[in-house]
Design a protein around this ligand. Structure first.
Ligand code: MV4
Length: 446
């Protein structure tokens, strides 16, 4: 087992990893930027190394500084958390070259899944259902036009280097194809330095349902059921729940099997997520695979009673998984509390937290790095806490969430607490009748 793990991240996820390491008797090293000197991850870790100034590019993304910090402190593994270097193939390879175990996917696997057209071809080969469309990258506009006719409108143009909706265009009629093709390629080139495109049939009003998987170093994988992440705004998830209100036992079995098949086909090692689009007829299609721990992992932990960070560390150390799948025994909901003003288009609202009173009680979990007096730096993402409630039924979990949101007091900055409180009363949320379009129609009440 590892003796010392360096956590190449900040905020709540750095704390989350430190906590599990403590429980496992593993020493921890925090790294931090000058903007995070007062952060809890710095105080809670056994050691801490400053790796640069506030800008992420000069600190949390600066590979040589992080490798140097691991070498100075004799860390034998690096946990990258989510974001930053967690899905950076070069960094994963760099760790390997320095004999430091990267707790995540290998560089090859990250490359393979990071290229979306390539990931899709791989999944087709594995026998995982994919949206009908182009076989790989489209070479020119002539081919694009032909393919759109064959596929049938509406179609979706997608950037192969994409993710998060960048370089993606829905096209409803042939007249609009050229403009969409040009602008999607331009956007993709600017964002990723690559303008490879592929095409799919447009799935209208899909749900975003993802399957948590874990693979070990012996080629065996299992799934831990689904999370419904359909409540999103501009490709940012706002709240997630498990089980999905749209799920059936049959669909869970089919999607779970498909996700395990995907993971075992590529000999995936570690915790990962297979994202699917699910249409109104409950057909499901592979969308993307994430080769990291995700923000919303706690809801899965709560309903299957399983520490995913611990499992990541164990499989990275070469321990085999049991091989059985895990099914929800409870209902869990996560609300992402962001330093944003929901009454003003979710505008970022960094600043100093004057008052912080967190809710508690049975079935309430809070993953956060903030406290009263904490200054939220403007340099990083705006999530300041995850509020997670767990109960026997969905209705009880919602009632518990309402109670917890009412108890939560954060003063000094604007937060998304009022949004979540209104969401928990929205008829379409309460009935579970929501898709990825939900937020397009959502209006905040004053
Ligand atoms: C789609 C789609 C409909 N049809 N693909 C958005 C992020 C990107 N990774 C894939 N996305 C979508 N792909 C086809 N063929 C609709 C979306 C989509 C979406 C997906 C999940 C969650 C929120 C979304 C919001 C808008 C569009």
């Amino acid at each position: 087992m590892f003796k010392k793990i360096l956590i190449a991240n900040r905020g709540e996820i750095a704390l989350r990893v430190i906590r599990t390491c403590r429980e496992m008797g593993i020493k921890t090293v925090a790294v931090y930027s000058t903007a995070d000197e007062e952060s809890l991850h710095v105080r809670f870790a056994d050691e801490a190394v400053c790796i640069g100034p506030a800008a992420s590019s000069e600190s949390y993304l600066k590979m040589p500084n992080i490798i140097a910090a691991a070498e100075i402190t004799n860390a034998d593994a690096i946990h990258p958390g989510y974001g930053f270097l967690s899905e950076n193939a070069k960094f994963s390879k760099l760790c390997e070259e320095h004999n430091i175990k990267f707790i995540g996917a290998t560089g090859e696997m990250i490359d393979q899944m990071g290229d979306k057209a390539n990931a899709k071809s791989t999944m087709i080969a594995a026998g995982v259902p994919c949206v009908p469309g182009s076989e790989g990258v489209i070479t020119d506009f002539d081919e694009c036009e032909k393919l759109a006719e064959e596929t049938g409108y509406p179609v979706m143009l997608k950037a192969s280097a994409g993710g998060g909706g960048k370089g993606m265009r829905a096209v409803w009629k042939p007249e609009d194809l050229k403009e969409a093709w040009d602008s999607a390629r331009q956007e993709s080139k600017a964002a990723f330095g690559n303008d490879d495109m592929y095409m799919e049939k447009l799935i209208e009003e899909p749900r975003h349902i993802e399957i948590q998987i874990v693979g070990d170093s012996f080629g065996k994988a299992c799934h831990l059921s689904e999370r419904d992440c359909s409540v999103q705004r501009r490709h940012q998830k706002l709240t997630e729940e498990t089980p999905s209100p749209f799920m059936t036992d049959k669909l869970r079995e089919d999607m779970g099997n498909a996700a395990v098949k995907a993971a075992e086909f590529i000999k995936y090692e570690g915790a990962g997520t297979v994202e699917f689009l699910v249409d109104k007829h409950r057909n499901f299609y592979f969308m993307e695979m994430n080769t990291r721990i995700q923000v919303e992992h706690p809801i899965t932990e709560e309903v299957v009673n399983y520490d995913l960070i611990r499992e990541q560390i164990l499989v990275a150390a070469g321990v085999p998984i049991s091989g059985k799948n895990y099914y929800p025994q409870m209902h869990s909901i996560e609300c992402r509390i962001n330093a944003e003003d929901p009454h003003n288009n979710f505008r970022p609202a960094p600043g100093k937290i004057a008052t912080f009173h967190a809710p508690g009680g049975h079935g309430v979990r809070i993953d956060t790095h903030v406290y009263a007096g904490y200054m939220i730096p403007p340099n990083y993402d705006s999530m300041i806490a995850k509020l997670i409630t767990t109960a026997q039924t969905r209705e009880e979990a919602i009632n518990k969430m309402k109670r917890a949101l009412d108890e939560f007091v954060i003063e000094g900055i604007k937060t998304t607490i009022p949004f979540h409180r209104q969401l928990m009363d929205h008829p379409d949320y309460v009935s579970g009748n929501y898709t990825t379009k939900f937020m397009e129609d959502f209006k905040m009440e004053s």
